[in-house]
Design a protein around this ligand. Sequence first.
Ligand code: XIL
Length: 368
Amino acid sequence: MNRRKFLLLSSLAWAGLAFRGNGIAEAQQISKRSLTLRDIARGSGYDIGCAMTTSRFEDKLFMEAVRRECSCIVAEYQSKRHVLEPSRGMFDFEGMDRLVAFAHKNKMKFRGHTLVWHAANPAWLVAELNDVPKEGGLTEYIAKVVGRYRGRVHSWDVVNEAINPADGRSDGLRESIWLKAFGTSYIDMAFHAAHEADPNASLVYNDYNTEGVWKYGDAWRSSTIEMLAGMKARGVPIHAYGMQAHLDPNDRPIDPKVLANFLQEIKDLGLRIQVTELDVRDFKLGRSVEEKNRIAAETTKLFLDVVLSLSVTDEILTWGLSDKYSWLNDSKNAPFYGGIPSPLPLDWKMVRKPMWYAIAKSIAVKTK
Ligand code: XIL
């Protein structure tokens, strides 16, 4: 056993204590020189990272944590279309440029999120798509944005959330403005345009709601497989399935067999599987903070162990890094979820939580 692996295993054996308590006492003992998620991920061959925004640049403690724990980042909203093209043909790349520059200065990769989505579209585009849709409104935008960052954004969520069986279509596709404008072919069009603009970028279809068991879980999974299989059969340049992984152990518990079977079908299509937006909704869980933290850690471990067992994952990103900045805490979500959610690996003071140890254990044990 080399020294690196020895250090890794002994630190994790010690970290195992965190699952019995709330993890905070143990976490506080970690010296600055001990292993970070970034170190552990590198040892196992993964990239690990989080979503963030330029407004965090002012928070020194948070930024130290990002630099310490992450080998890649994704923009939480600054590479969405309402930010990049607020008026027709008027682009604003400032926020995304600053994030990409930060990533590269710190030797991190940068994921682009997201080129085509039913949400976060500027009003002028929604009006145009409803009125006289122009193909260029989709393909020229992709060419411009992906082309600008060619070689600097290694992976793009090309289409986000195209499925929604609750809309009642037999193919399970979401009745989005894109579908209404161009029919089902908008998905292929988007991937072709992205590939043309950066032939080396990894192109991802990203979605939620396929991780757990719930009313539409099976339909969401089978519609996803049908859509991805069709794309592969037509020779569409798609390289990976992105699982958002907004885990909800209360309303959408994970059945490891169901999840593994679904992921195996994706693997059989020749696609890789990335974890793109991991967090845990704990608002209905546990009576104490300790119990909530334990459940979040166990849910994370259960999920990651299944995903990583397929050996087709390169990247694991959480949606934020510290509970202080979780989207579940923002003014829109917090009143809906109630309480103060703690869905992420670090607490408000950047102290490692049991979820941090859960990720560390999963990625240490299962190398890429
Ligand atoms: C969320 C951001 O976290 C919020 O800040 C923003 O207001 C709305 O979007 N799935 C996705 C992400 O693909 O883009 C969403 O991000 C969270 C759900």
